[in-house]
Design a protein around this ligand. Sequence first.
Ligand code: PEP
Ligand code: MN
Length: 266
Amino acid sequence: MTNCRKILTGKKIEVKINGVVIDKKNPLIIAGPCAVESREQIITIAKEVKKLGATALRGGAFKPRTSPYAFQGLEEEGLKYLKEASEITGLPVVTEITDQKYIEMFEKYVDVFQVGSRNMNNYTLLKALGKVKKPILLKRGMSSTIYEWILAAEYLAEFGNTNIILCERGIRTFDTYTRNTLDLAAIPIMKKETGLPVIVDPSHGTGRRELIEPMTMAGLSAGADGVIIEVHNDPDNALSDGLQSIYPIQFKKIVEKIKKFMESEI
Ligand code: PEP
Ligand code: MN
C-alpha cells in the first residue's frame, strides 16, 4: 500500500514557518483559544502565551461546530483580530480554513492554514491548498486510519505543497471517558512514513484540562516536533471547548516542562 505514494516516501522534508524550521530541537508551541471570541480576548491571550513561551498563536475564526446553533466563529472579523494580535506579539497565526473559497481571504491574514479533523477527507479543499505556498497544518480525521491520513498529506504534496505539519488530535474509539483517544503510536509512525514534522494536540485528543500536561509530555516522548494547546483566560465562559482549555498558569508550567525535556534530549 505504501507504493501509492510518490512524494511523501519518508525522506525528511524540512518545513518552516516564517523562516523558522520545525523539529524536535526547536519544537513548535502553538497556543491560544479554541475560537477568536473578540478583539480584546485574542489580543489578551496572544500577549499572555507569547510571554509564557508560545511560538505560534492559534484561534478559530471559522468554526466547524457539531451543532448549527453553537458559536460559528467571527469569520473575517476574527481573522483581522488574529492578524492584529500577531503584529503585536510577533507570533505567527495558525487558523482553520473550512472551504477553498476562503483561500484568498486567508492569504491576507494567516501564516499557517489549518485543515481540521472534519475536513481531512475534503479532497477538493486539499487540492486547492496544494497550490498555496504557506504551510498547512493537517489534522488527522477523527475516524481516519493512518494510511488515509498519509494519503491526505500526499494530496497536498501532489498538488504542489510539501510544507505540511501533521497533527495527531485523537480518534474516536469505544471509550467515551475522554473526548477522543490520543493515538500516540501514530506520531513516530507518521514521522517515519512521511518524513514530515508531526505535532500533538492533547486538547482535542483528551477533551479534559487535567490531561493536557501529561499528554503533551507523552507526545513529545513519542517524538512529536511540537504541540498545539488550547489556552483561555476564562475557560469557564469560553464559547467553545472550555472544558479542555487550560489557564495561562497551567500553560506556563507545561512550557517549562517542555523546555526541561528538550534540554534532557540534547
Ligand atoms: C480546533 O483546533 O479547534 C479544532 C476544531 O480541531 P479538530 O479539527 O481537531 O477538531
Ligand atoms: Mn477546539
